[in-house]
Design a protein around this ligand. Structure first.
Ligand code: F0G
Length: 454
């Protein structure tokens, strides 16, 4: 059959509270035009993030009942550990309460003044943890990765020439090499197996440990299977094992491709590093057999890992995003192509060309999507990145709006509704107001700053 259906039935539902355009105009004004300040009950379709917002399966909820809450040595931990090692064959698996806690532990070891850490694109919490340690984070994604219109099949790839030059020029200042799969901050674009091999070889040649941020590893493996030569007949778990066998360790947010509402881990091969990491874990998260999670969470993740590599799920998952990209493209909305794994990105700077970057076209679009259709999205542009350390403002590289897709949560009719909201918006988009920021904190301003239309 041609139609790719949601490969699940709905067993338990959460009602959506419908609001009127009039109510939303009032609510967004009260939120000072910052979507993070909205109550989620006032949102019809919530695409703020795909992190921790997915639906758990009946088998996961059943596993929750099995959770053993022993402080040390719980069987839930051993089931979790076995599920991780089945896909990612690392010697040590250290649970954390979410991805950024794993990063904080990793960079308590590898960060520090004078160190420089390359990646394709560091996610903002990774960058934050690196910078908080005193080190610097560098993004070395291929040039196509910064071009919203390029249709390169692996726009998340690391630029290997740049990486080699970086390792040559920084030498001992580089403590490790990172790679984010898929490249979230670069549009959820995948990294090829060949590129992962290339990064691993370079890291080895220069004697640097190589770590993968594996948040969306299953989506990445699906792209490898469907786009990379010679991979079509291989199973997803095989491809996943190949990817992680090339690395010395990984950080993970289990709120993405482990179908968890919470959770993460740090995995390592080196015994000495693992000992240091566990000491830091005990200080900040918890004992090494629970690491900031309840036994029931570990059970849900173990089950989730067996479900995320299902090909029917991944085919539907990627097709759902591609469908939205195709529909928006047909409307003339400039979207980042090809569709990413977990989100659809709109080029707001191109679509709202009457709004200059310093008047936040991405924010204008995000606010309008809420006012017209109750959709909550996220600006990834000048409001998020424009503030400089000296307090001045500079346009970000791109002004994008991200529609992040929670896993197994919305259906095709929700997607058709999103398209209809864009159709409606297309009629008035040239009249959308510019915005200014009237109140902002010094750091990570986009979460709490207040906007006003001009
Ligand atoms: N790495 C990547 C690539 C991520 O996308 C995220 C989270 C993290 C690390 C941190 O994980 O949230 O469990 O601490 N991304 C979410 C998002 C928040 O909306 O993209 P965490």
């Amino acid at each position: 059959m041609e139609t790719i259906i949601e490969p699940f039935r709905i067993k338990s539902v959460e009602p959506i509270r419908m609001t009127t355009a009039q109510e939303r105009a009032e609510l967004i004004r009260e939120a000072n035009f910052n979507l993070f300040a909205l109550k989620s009950d006032d949102v019809i379709i919530d695409l703020l993030t795909d992190s921790g917002t997915g639906a758990m399966s009946a088998a996961q909820w059943a596993a929750v009942q099995r959770g053993d809450e022993s402080y040390a040595g719980s069987p839930s931990f051993y089931r979790f550990e076995a599920a991780v090692k089945n896909l990612m064959p690392f010697r040590h698996v250290i649970p954390t309460h979410q991805g950024r806690a794993a990063e904080a532990i990793l960079f308590s070891i590898f960060g520090g003044d004078g160190h420089v850490i390359p990646s394709n694109t560091h996610f903002d919490t990774t960058r934050g943890n690196i910078e908080a340690s005193g080190a610097e984070a560098y993004d070395l994604v291929i040039a196509d990765g910064n071009d919203p219109a390029s249709t390169h099949p692996f726009k998340g790839n690391m630029d290997l020439q740049k990486l080699a030059a970086f390792l040559d020029s920084y030498g001992d200042a580089v403590p490790c090499v990172m790679l984010t799969i898929t490249n979230n901050a670069g549009g959820g674009q995948p990294v090829s197996l060949e590129n992962i091999q290339g990064v691993a070889e370079l890291a080895k040649r220069y004697g640097k440990p190589f770590f993968i941020d594996g948040c969306r590893f299953a989506e990445n493996a699906w792209f490898i299977k469907s786009r990379e030569r010679g991979q079509a007949d291989r199973s997803i778990p095989e491809i996943v094992r190949d990817c992680f066998s090339l690395a010395d360790g990984m950080t993970m947010s289990a709120k993405k491709d482990a179908f968890g509402n919470i959770g993460g881990w740090l995995a390592l091969n080196d015994d000495g590093l693992a000992e240091r990491a566990r000491a830091e874990l005990i200080r900040t998260e918890g004992f090494p057999t629970y690491g900031g999670l309840a036994g029931r969470d570990l059970e849900a993740l173990a089950q989730g890992l067996s479900e995320i590599v299902d090909e029917d799920y991944l085919r539907y998952r990627i097709r759902a995003n591609t469908y939205l990209v195709e529909r928006l493209d047909a409307l003339g909305v400039p979207v980042v192509k090809p569709a990413g794994g977990h989100a659809v990105f709109i080029d707001a700077r191109a679509w709202l060309s009457h709004i200059p970057p310093l008047s936040y076209p991405g924010q204008a679009l995000a606010v309008a999507l809420y006012e017209i259709g109750g959709i909550r999205s996220c600006e990834i542009g000048t409001a998020m990145f424009g503030r400089q350390p000296d307090g001045s403002e500079k346009p970000a590289a791109m002004d994008l709006v991200r529609l992040a897709m929670p896993r197994r949560t919305y259906t095709q009719s929700h997607t058709d509704y999103i398209v209809e909201v864009f159709e409606e918006l297309a009629k008035t988009k040239d009249k959308l107001p510019r915005y200014k920021i009237v109140k902002e904190p010094n750091l990570l301003r986009h979460f709490t700053c207040q906007f006003a239309p001009i």
